[in-house]
Design a protein around this ligand. Structure first.
Ligand SMILES: *[C@@H]1O[C@H](CO)[C@@H](O)[C@H](O)[C@H]1NC(C)=O
Ligand SMILES: *[C@@H]1O[C@H](CO)[C@@H](O)[C@H](O)[C@H]1NC(C)=O
Ligand SMILES: *[C@@H]1O[C@H](CO)[C@@H](O)[C@H](O)[C@H]1NC(C)=O
Ligand SMILES: *[C@@H]1O[C@H](CO)[C@@H](O)[C@H](O)[C@H]1NC(C)=O
Ligand SMILES: *[C@@H]1O[C@H](CO)[C@@H](O)[C@H](O)[C@H]1NC(C)=O
Length: 460
């Protein structure tokens, strides 16, 4: 009995220590960051991958393995090389003092901001060069004893680093297609130019300095990744106290938009997505860094296809800008595809022209000849609680000029090797031409139909 009581006491003490530790850990992470402007929100341009170069098209049958971050939850964070990897979005930042410009691929499916650092023999040097920490007066290594290193430990591989607390903290990011990036953790000054012309300087931002990289090829401009996931070490979280809140919004332009057209990403105060036509749904908590939402079903034309006919089980979807297509579980996909073809048939009597882009017929790739985007049927997603988000044909279909095919933008999770009957990926294409706001203080994501080409989605 006594032992039992002691045990309780111990547990209680440990819990308190854990909370205290957390504050000790977290406070320095955020306290040192410093925006030198008005402590409000700001907007930055979203640059296209391969800007100033025509975007490339790839065969849709190569839509397979992306760079998928190995992590504890399913489905995994993704940052995919195909098919519209070439058509993704970048942010231009500068690191260090003097400032060195870098272009980073934005990814809502992962958390850390990392860039190639000299010396890195295996990193592909882009035409923009490579950051040299030795030339920066503001560069600071993060030791293993630092709180940030311990937080990072949740996705760091236990492979012998940090034997000595004075060692430099390392990160090791492995992706499902076996690409990986590894390097040291550092604190650096990060500067970016806002769309209103001001520069924002953020001091002591935790970054990964890549010293080794293997696997999938990066595009000509990509010098790393800015993870916009919800973790405590994410850029969004680090700048939250100074940007007026842990929130951001972005507007992705449609595929095949002139690569020189920029849209916007908004951070902090003022990034709220409000006004007419806004559809919001809660973000599930307790999913680590992933942005997960719950979906009741999909509406094809006037017909609602429930994820689960009993209405009791929701489909959990990971919002992932890094994966172009949308993936849903096999059984659900089958019902969606069947309804889709049925409706399409009555609208256009073109069912027979549905063909597969793979050698063997595979229902998970529904394509139609020609590159004209069908006007019907209309597709909408029904979030838990009844809110319905309507998509346009441009968001739902992938035209491919090279193959003279237009393919339905949804596939089954099995075709991507993703596990789980209740998980899906809310892909990048159905995020285009929406101003999408992630409010991590309120745990809600909001979608507003927006012409991201003409409007940019800016909030300033
Ligand atoms: C910010 O603007 C200055 C002046 O135009 C430019 O030299 C610098 O490269 C820009 N930095 C970033 C990160 O865009
Ligand atoms: C992040 O911080 C919050 C408190 O702000 C805490 O509840 C949560 O557990 C932290 N998450 C991680 C992954 O450290
Ligand atoms: C639907 O929900 C019921 C009850 O939770 C469950 O038994 C069934 O397996 C679910 N079906 C699907 C397709 O998830
Ligand atoms: C593409 O497909 C459409 C519809 O089948 C056809 O009318 C058109 O001639 C094709 N174009 C080319 C370049 O093959
Ligand atoms: C799901 O994808 C797998 C792999 O591509 C395929 O074999 C299967 O037929 C697909 N299922 C449905 C319902 O489309």
């Amino acid at each position: 009995m006594a032992a039992f009581c002691d045990l309780h006491k111990n547990n209680y003490t440990r819990a308190v220590i854990a909370i205290l530790l957390f504050h000790l850990i977290y406070y320095p992470v955020i306290a040192a960051a410093n925006i030198d402007n008005n402590y409000g929100g700001f907007s930055a341009p979203l640059i296209r991958i391969n800007f100033k170069n025509p975007p490339l098209h790839s065969r849709p049958k190569h839509h397979k393995s992306g760079r998928r971050l190995i992590g504890p939850d399913t489905p995994q964070a993704t940052l995919q090389t195909d098919p519209d990897k070439q058509d993704g979005h970048l942010m231009k930042l500068s690191v260090g003092t003097p400032a060195f410009d870098i272009y980073l691929a934005i990814d809502t499916g992962s958390t850390l901001l990392w860039t190639h650092c000299q010396p890195c023999q295996t990193c592909k040097e882009t035409k923009h060069g490579m950051f040299d920490p030795k030339k920066s007066s503001t560069y600071k290594d993060v030791p293993c004893s630092a709180g940030e290193c311990k937080i990072l430990g949740q996705f760091e591989q236990d492979d012998g680093y940090c034997k000595d607390p004075k060692d430099t903290c390392r990160y090791y990011f492995e992706y499902l297609d076996t690409t990986f990036s590894t390097g040291v953790m550092a604190k650096e000054t990060v500067t970016l130019n806002t769309t209103s012309g001001k520069a924002v300087t953020l001091k002591d931002i935790l970054i990964g300095c890549a010293q080794e990289q293997k696997g999938a090829t990066y595009t000509d401009d990509e010098m790393g990744i800015i993870g916009l996931g919800g973790g405590n070490l994410s850029f969004v979280s680090q700048i939250a106290p100074y940007a007026g809140g842990k929130k951001f919004s972005h507007c992705f332009v449609p595929r095949d938009t002139d690569p020189n057209i920029e849209s916007k990403i908004n951070f902090g105060k003022g990034s709220e997505v409000v006004g007419e036509g806004v559809v919001s749904t809660p973000l599930l908590e307790s999913r680590g860094d992933a942005y997960m939402i719950e979906v009741e079903g999909i509406t094809i034309g006037n017909d609602f296809v429930p994820f689960n006919s009993t209405g009791t089980t929701m489909l959990e979807m990971r919002i992932d800008s890094g994966t172009p297509k949308t993936y849903i579980p096999q059984d659900f996909f089958h019902r969606v595809a069947t309804q889709f073809m049925k409706t399409f048939d009555t609208v256009d009597s073109k069912l027979d022209s549905f063909i597969s882009d793979d050698e063997k017929y595979d229902e998970s790739h529904l394509c139609i000849e020609g590159t004209t985007i069908p006007k019907e049927p209309k597709v909408a997603i029904n979030f838990k609680g009844g809110q319905k988000l309507q998509f346009t044909g441009e968001q739902i279909f992938f035209p491919n000029k090279d193959l003279n095919l237009t393919c339905f933008g949804m596939s089954n999770t099995t075709s991507q090797g993703l596990a789980g009957d209740h998980y899906g990926i809310y892909g990048g294409n159905i995020q285009r031409n929406f101003l999408i706001g992630f409010d991590l203080d309120k745990n809600v994501v909001s979608f507003k139909p927006t012409n991201c080409i003409t409007n940019g989605g800016g909030t300033d």
